[in-house]
Design a protein around this ligand. Sequence first.
Ligand code: CA
Length: 377
Amino acid sequence: MKIARVESYVAEQVLETPFFFSQFGFDRRQICLVKVIAEDGSYGWGEGYGPAGVVQAGVEFLAPLVIGEDPLGVEAIWNKMHLRALDYARRGVLVASMSAIDIAIWDLRGKLLGQPVSVLLGGRRREKVKVYATGMYFVDSDDLIGKLVDEARSYVAAGFKALKMKVGLGVETDLRHVRAVRKAIGTEVELMVDANHAYSRSEARSFADQIEELDIGFFEEPLSPEDYEGYSELRGRTRIPIAGGECEYLLAGFRQLLSNQCVDIAQPDICGAGGLTETKRIATLARAFQTNVLPHSWGTGIAFAAGLHLVSTLDPLPGRLRMPDMMLEMDRSENALRDNLTSPQFQVEDGYVAVPKAPGLGVDVNPEQLARFARGG
Ligand code: CA
């Protein structure tokens, strides 16, 4: 069996309510989806993280390397793509293009072998994965605190046991927001904060010192992803676990993050850092550095399913009889592509989502919805 075709699509949704975070705003969602099709018509889906049109251009560059290959040899194909792209893709969006193709081949491979991706990754350690709600982005509002608090309460009401909110507008503003949300949700729900690398070193120190008393699960991307020394310094002086890595690519990038002692929790994006093939390697590397992996996830059901399968195979560190849960990020911000393009939709039950049992990733793309959202369609 050989791969016959590689198709790519840019799906776009204009948001009903534009929102922003510490770096820039969104008025639309755009995602590049990739379909890898075998000679017999069977297929797999993947998606890339990052500017969708750029991801798609990369997919078109890489597709000739994939066509004619055996989809069971996903790692061999990955290595071939990597060697061809290495001169241009030690970081960045071309790696996301590789990631999208790789995820699609994993999905196809699973279908051809009649096995879920998690089994092919080495086997599940759990049948359901704890998820945390990502939301509490910023909107233009006279009552932003009220909006953040209402949103946090809605996630708790929906069963989430852990939430992550945005910070990075400025230390004093952020403190007001985090204190209000913590007060609203009580002490039983885990709360994490994400600055999207908006702080200087001194701001990050000040903020960390002042939120320690609020029982923060982790402090994500406090500093520029280029500031490895700053991460290491901050991590050495705060009790709050430091998380990061969504802007990091490939095994070599994570080696730099990990060997510099930057993070307690490494957050590769499977759709950006190199696909399932490379993120599994990154997770293995992280184990050697005694660092847990908690993937970043911000896309459709394809990205989320890839995360579920991978996280279901990971053991937390250090091991013990009663092990804590491994978590996966579940973005709850407005995204009609996530909510409509793929099926089945993932249901949160008491803070957990079941890992699909069907062969491959266990999600499919609805062709009518794809036509509805396809850019230019
Ligand atoms: Ca983030």
